[in-house]
Every structure is written in structure tokens, then in C-alpha cells.
Design a protein around this ligand. Structure first.
Ligand code: NAD
Length: 445
């Protein structure tokens, strides 16, 4: 993946005839259209049949619900929730539930499409889905959060289930939210194994060992496999991270555990830096206690507070975005000083940002590969729930590593076979599987 092997920039943005055929606008700033464009670009190279391209360009189902919830002050508030089911050719829809004040239909559609690609790339028998509620969970009390979750489950109960659509945590949701989710569904449904309706549950309530760290661990598994291609190994290499929530903190801790240095971290509260490497475990504890990285510079662990601009400019081997979508814009990419970007978050790089990185010779390992560890262990959790088993952590870690390494190799293979960048190669490797399944199944009637 050295500079010389980065492929030439892509064809015209949104150049696929599918855009016209389906009446989709060519809005370069729309995240969903950008995502479909990248997918269709890969589909054209792979010569994926037209029928599969049009199916994958739009989600199968888009559900929006409004539901009232009694707040602590006695007042009722109306919430808006989404569940988008992108594709289920490979198995039940699978994908997280996000609680965030900026959640909107296009974001959820984008994330559901990425889930279809991710599941296919790591070869687990799931399709892609995603959901969310437009709310700020930080402003809700625990009781309000629980009531919002329970009302949302009751609103979408008819379209989810252990055999049809299995949600999971995402930004703003966690194992506790999944426990309320499962409990509500179990009350409503008479299905056997009803607790398998969600993954990412607490261990005591059917969760899998290793699920919490799985996405961060998957990022590290992929990097351990692919870094040697550019003459690096994690031991002694440096990284910076945007986001120190579930994914970012685990990626940071596991990177440090393997002898890498976490030089800089930025989240919604600020940015910090240590030339010799931040103490990843102490930082995790600080974030849990204080809600963000700000203030870590005042602790005994040694760090300097830095500006956002300095954070992006910090010289590192690997830059790991693990926060929200679209953070690496053209301007931010111009500041960046790294050899490789590993997308731990979903869709963190804008097309304009990616072009700048390509021009600089910076390779981008796409989210459908790097961040697939979470859904992979979610699949293990679902298997355990349905077969009444508990796997030990060693088994989970080994199986996760096997899936991630094979997926990374699949992407490398597609890259060499088609002479494309890593994002296109990852889409090709994912689409190949879906294309084969459609060929076998045919299209009803
Ligand atoms: P999280 O809520 O635990 O953490 C989100 C992090 O983003 C926090 O550190 C927050 O401070 C940071 N952040 C928010 N706004 C920011 C801003 N404006 N500037 C800088 N930082 C900001 O969420 P998570 O579960 O760690 O998810 C992070 C990303 O990884 C998301 O894109 C999510 O879709 C993706 N992802 C998560 C999982 C999973 O298993 N949790 C799986 C696959 C992909």
C-alpha cells in the first residue's frame, strides 16, 4: 500500500446511469448518494448485473415513526425514530441503533447500506439495517432514556425480530439500552429466543464476551495484518484518534497494548497530545469519569491540550477516525500528516477529503473493512443466544481475528486483481458475495 500503489482518482462523481434510472439527484454533499456512488463505482468494475445494482442503490424498507414519551417533569415529548432495512439477500437485517440529535433519514440509509457491505465482506449471514432516534441522550435522565427505548421498540416491534432484523448499539446507545430493548421485545413477542432480537446486550443478559471491545479490536486486527505492507508494524508505530468512546478507546488501548503509541486524541470536548504516547488506560478512565478527554492535561499522566488544527496536523503513522461521519473534509485532509487512515467510524472521510489524501499518497482503509469487528461479534452473540451457548473470550477473540484477517486479505486480493484503491476493493469483495447469492437465488417471481 505504498504511495506508488495508490490508484488513480475515480471516474466522474455520480457518473452511474443508475442515478438517472432511479431518479436520484446527483448531490455531491449528500452522504447517502456519496456512499451509493462508491458502491456503484465498484459494481461497474466488477460488472455486477444491472438488476443487482438497482436493488442495492435503494434500501428495501424505510420506516419512520413518531411516538410520545412522558418526561420526568410530567410533560409529554414527541420523538422521531427510524429503522431502515437496506438488504436481506444474505440473511436477516442487522445494524445498530443510534441516539443523536442529528439523526436523519439519509444518515440511517447510509449506515444501513454500509452494514449490507460490511456483513457481506466479513462473510456473516446477515443483511444490512440501521436505526436511530433523533434525541440527545446526554440530556435525558436514565428513566427517560428507558421510556424512550421501550416506546421505540413497541413502535417498530412488527418489523424486527431474531429472524428478521436484529439491532445493536451505535453512537449514543450501550449495553443497558440493549437490555431495555430486549426486555421490551420479550414482553411483546411470543417468539422463541426473543432475547436474540438485539446484540450488544450485557453479558449477564445474553451478551457475548468480547462484544464491547470488538469494533476497536477489529480495527487493530486489520492494521496488524495490513501495516507490514507499508513496512510498519504496530509495535513502535504512532497513531492519533478522533473519538474516545466505545470504538476509539478500545482501539487506543489495544494499540498501546501491542506496543504502539497513541500520540493525540480529540473528541467533542477537546484535543490532547503527548509526544511519548498518551496513557490509553488512564485516558479511558478519565473519559468515563468526566465525559470527554478535556481536562486530561491537568492530571498526573502527562499531556498537553492542543487545538483542533494541531490535532489534525500531528505527524503519525496511522490516523484513526472513530467518531462521527464526514469529519475528514478537504480542509482537514490538507492538514493531515499520516501514512494511513484506518476508518474505525462509519463514513468519516468526505470524497473531497479522500481526493486530497490520495494526492498526498495516504491510503484509506475503509470502514466496511476496519469497523466490521462489532457486527462480527454481534453475529457470535446471536449464534450463542440461539444455541444456548456461552463462548469463552479466547474463542471469541480467535474467531473475530480469523474473520477480520480473511476480510483484509479478500480486500487485498481484489485490489491487486482490479488495480483499484482499498475502498473500491472492499466494495468489490463485498459485492462479489452478494452478486453470487443473487445469481443463485434469482429474483422473485
Ligand atoms: P460513542 O458514542 O461511544 O463515541 C463517540 C465518540 O465520538 C465520542 O468520543 C465523542 O466524544 C466523539 N465525538 C462526537 N462528536 C464529536 C466531534 N464533533 N468531534 C470530535 N469527536 C466527537 O460511539 P461509538 O460506538 O464509539 O461509535 C463511533 C463510530 O464507530 C460511529 O461512526 C459508529 O457508527 C461506528 N461504529 C461503532 C460500532 C460499535 O460497535 N459501537 C460498530 C461499528 C461502527
Amino acid at each position: 500500500m505504498s504511495k506508488a500503489t495508490i490508484r488513480s482518482p475515480r471516474r466522474d462523481l455520480m457518473g452511474s446511469p443508475v442515478f438517472d434510472e432511479l431518479g436520484m439527484e446527483r448531490d455531491p454533499d449528500n452522504l447517502y448518494l456519496q456512499t451509493v456512488d462508491s458502491m456503484l463505482h465498484a459494481a461497474e468494475i466488477l460488472e455486477l448485473p444491472h438488476r443487482v445494482q438497482i436493488i442495492l442503490a435503494q434500501p428495501k424498507n424505510e420506516v419512520m415513526v413518531h411516538f410520545p414519551v412522558k418526561m420526568d417533569n410530567g410533560h409529554h415529548a414527541l420523538f422521531k425514530g427510524y429503522r431502515v432495512q437496506h438488504n436481506n439477500a444474505l440473511g436477516p437485517y442487522k445494524g445498530g441503533i443510534r441516539y443523536h440529535h442529528h439523526v436523519g433519514l439519509d444518515d440511517v440509509k447510509t449506515l444501513s447500506c454500509l452494514m449490507t457491505m460490511k456483513c457481506s465482506l466479513v462473510r456473516i449471514p446477515f443483511g444490512g439495517g440501521k436505526g436511530g432516534i433523533k434525541c440527545n441522550p446526554r440530556e435525558l435522565s436514565e428513566g427517560e432514556l428507558m421510556r424512550v427505548t421501550r416506546r421505540f421498540v413497541s413502535a417498530i416491534a412488527d418489523i424486527i425480530g431474531p429472524d428478521t432484523d436484529i439491532p445493536a448499539p451505535d453512537v449514543g446507545t450501550n449495553a443497558q439500552v440493549m437490555a431495555w430493548f430486549a426486555d421490551t421485545y420479550m414482553e411483546i413477542s411470543d417468539k422463541p429466543n426473543a432475547n436474540a432480537v438485539v446484540t450488544g446486550k450485557p453479558i449477564e443478559f445474553g451478551g457475548s464476551l468480547g462484544r464491547e471491545k470488538a469494533t476497536g479490536q477489529g480495527v487493530i486486527d486489520v492494521l496488524a495484518e495490513l501495516l507490514p505492507e507499508i513496512g510498519l508494524e504496530i509495535k513502535g508505530a504512532t497513531c492519533s484518534l478522533i473519538g474516545y468512546g466505545n470504538v476509539g478507546s478500545w482501539a487506543g488501548k489495544l494499540w498501546a497494548e501491542r506496543g504502539g503509541k497513541v500520540k493525540a486524541v480529540m473528541d467533542h470536548t477537546g484535543a490532547i497530545y503527548n509526544e511519548d504516547g498518551l496513557d490509553a488506560i488512564a485516558l479511558d478512565e478519565h473519559v468515563r469519569n468526566h465525559g470527554g478527554v478535556a481536562g486530561f492535561e491537568k492530571t498526573k499522566h502527562g499531556a498537553d491540550a492542543i487545538s483542533e488544527e494541531d490535532f489534525y496536523s500531528t505527524q503519525v503513522d496511522v490516523f484513526i477516525p472513530a467518531a462521527l461521519e464526514q469529519m475528514i473534509t478537504e480542509d482537514k485532509a490538507k492538514l493531515m500528516n499520516c501514512k494511513l487512515v484506518a476508518e474505525a467510524a462509519n463514513a468519516p472521510t468526505t470524497p473531497a477529503g479522500e481526493r486530497v489524501l490520495q494526492d498526498k499518497g495516504v491510503e484509506v482503509l475503509p470502514a466496511i473493512l476496519c469497523s466490521a469487528g462489532g457486527v462480527t461479534v454481534s453475529y457470535f452473540e446471536w449464534v450463542q443466544n440461539r444455541s444456548n451457548q456461552y463462548w469463552d473470550l479466547e474463542r471469541v477473540d480467535e474467531e473475530l481475528n480469523r474473520h477480520m484477517v480473511l476480510a483484509a486479505r479478500r480486500v487485498q486480493l481484489a485490489r491487486h486483481r482490479f488495480d483499484v484503491d482499498m475502498r473500491t476493493a472492499a466494495y468489490i469483495a463485498a459485492l462479489e458475495q452478494i452478486g453470487n447469492v443473487y445469481k443463485l437465488r434469482g429474483i422473485f417471481p
